[in-house]
Write a protein that binds this ligand. Structure first.
Ligand code: ZN
Length: 304
C-alpha cells in the first residue's frame, strides 16, 4: 500500500522497531532491533513518585517501574517507540542482567556490558552458543523437557544467541551503501549528502537513515521498505544482551509452551523465531509491566 505515506512510515518504523530482535542475512522477517539513538539526557524526576535510586523492581508494578536501575530513558520519539514496542527485555531479572540502554553506542560499550555478565557456553545443535548463565540453565531444562516429549529445541545458527556489535555493523553497511548509491542515481539524495552520511559512525547514521525513510527513501535491501525490516541498526539487538535465542522449531506450539515454562518468551510480534529470556514465570509478567497479546496463535509479552 502506497497511501498515507507519513503515517505509514511512522507505523512502519514503530512496527519494525518492534521487530528487530534478530537479523538474518536474507530479507526474511527475522530482523533485529533498531532505533535512532536515544539521548542519554535524563528527564527531571517526579519527586512525588519514585526517584531513580529507590525504584524497587521486586515490589513495584508497571513497566516503567521495572526498568533497570540507571536505565537511560530515550528522549526521542523513535527511541521511545522502540522501548514501548520492543523493550520487554528491560524488565528481565531473576538472576540475569538486562541492558540499561536502548542502544549501545559501539563495540566498547557492548564488550564492557557483556564482560560484566555471568555467562555460560554450550554446544547446542552443533553450534557453540553463549548466554547469561541463568538463561542458559533454563534453556538446558527446556531442551531436556522437549527431548522427553520427543521434541527438540535448537538454534537456527551460530549467531542465534550472543552477538557482537561489530556483527551488526557489517549487515547495516550492506544495506546502507547500496541504498545511498541507488538514491543518488535517482536524484533523491545529493552526492554531498550521501558522502556526509558515509562519513558518520553507524550510531550516527541510524537517525539520518530513518529521517530519509520518512520521505520514502527506503534503505531495506529491496529499497521498498524500512531498513529495520532488514537488519538491526547497530547496538539495538537483544542478542547483544545475551538474553535472546533464535529457535529453529519456533513454529511448534508445544516447543513454545516448553520454552515459556522455562521463562523464555516471545516478545517481538514480527520476529517469529526470536525468544527472550525474562527470568519470570508467566504469572509474574503482568506485574512487571508486560501485557499478553496473541497473534497468529502465538503468545507475545510486550510492554504495556
Ligand atoms: Zn533473535
Amino acid at each position: 500500500m502506497e497511501t498515507n505515506k507519513t503515517n505509514g512510515m511512522i507505523a512502519a518504523i514503530l512496527i519494525a522497531a518492534a521487530s528487530i530482535a534478530c537479523w538474518s542475512p536474507s530479507e526474511s522477517p527475522s530482523v533485529d532491533s533498531s532505533t535512532p539513538r536515544p539521548s542519554a539526557t535524563s528527564t527531571p524526576s517526579n519527586t512525588n513518585q519514585m526517584s531513580e535510586t529507590n525504584k524497587a523492581p521486586t515490589t513495584m508494578t508497571g513497566f516503567k517501574a521495572n526498568l533497570p536501575t540507571g536505565f537511560k530513558e530515550p528522549t526521542d520519539d523513535a527511541g521511545r517507540l522502540l522501548l514501548k514496542e520492543y523493550g520487554a527485555v528491560f524488565v528481565a531479572r531473576g538472576g540475569v542482567t538486562p541492558p540499561n540502554t536502548v542502544v549501545f553506542r559501539d563495540q566498547a560499550e557492548v564488550t564492557s556490558f557483556q564482560n560484566s555478565l555471568k555467562t555460560s557456553s554450550e554446544n547446542i545443535g552443533g553450534f557453540n552458543l553463549e548466554l547469561q548463565t541463568v538463561a542458559m540453565d533454563d534453556l538446558r531444562k527446556a531442551i531436556a523437557d522437549a527431548k522427553a516429549a520427543g521434541l527438540s529445541i535448537s538454534p537456527r545458527g551460530q549467531d542465534s544467541a550472543k552477538r557482537t556489535y561489530d556483527e551488526t555493523i557489517e549487515l547495516w553497511k550492506s544495506r546502507v551503501e547500496p541504498a545511498l548509491k541507488h538514491w543518488v542515481s535517482k536524484g533523491k539524495i545529493t552526492q554531498a549528502d550521501a558522502d556526509r552520511i558515509r562519513g558518520l559512525s553507524p550510531y550516527q547514521q541510524v537517525p539520518e537513515v530513518l529521517k530519509l525513510e520518512q520521505q520514502g527513501i527506503w534503505f531495506a535491501k529491496d529499497l521498498s521498505k524500512s531498513i529495520i525490516y532488514s537488519v538491526a541498526p547497530p547496538g539495538t539487538s537483544q542478542h547483544l544482551s545475551m538474553l535472546a535465542l533464535d529457535v529453529k522449531e519456533h513454529e511448534d506450539a508445544k516447543v513454545r509452551d516448553i520454552l515459556a515454562k522455562h521463562r523464555w518468551f516471545q516478545t517481538v510480534t514480527s520476529d517469529l523465531p526470536h525468544f527472550t529470556y525474562l527470568g519470570f514465570g508467566e504469572d509474574e509478567l503482568s506485574k512487571r509491566g508486560l501485557k499478553k497479546t496473541t497473534d497468529g496463535g502465538r503468545t507475545f509479552w510486550i510492554p504495556e
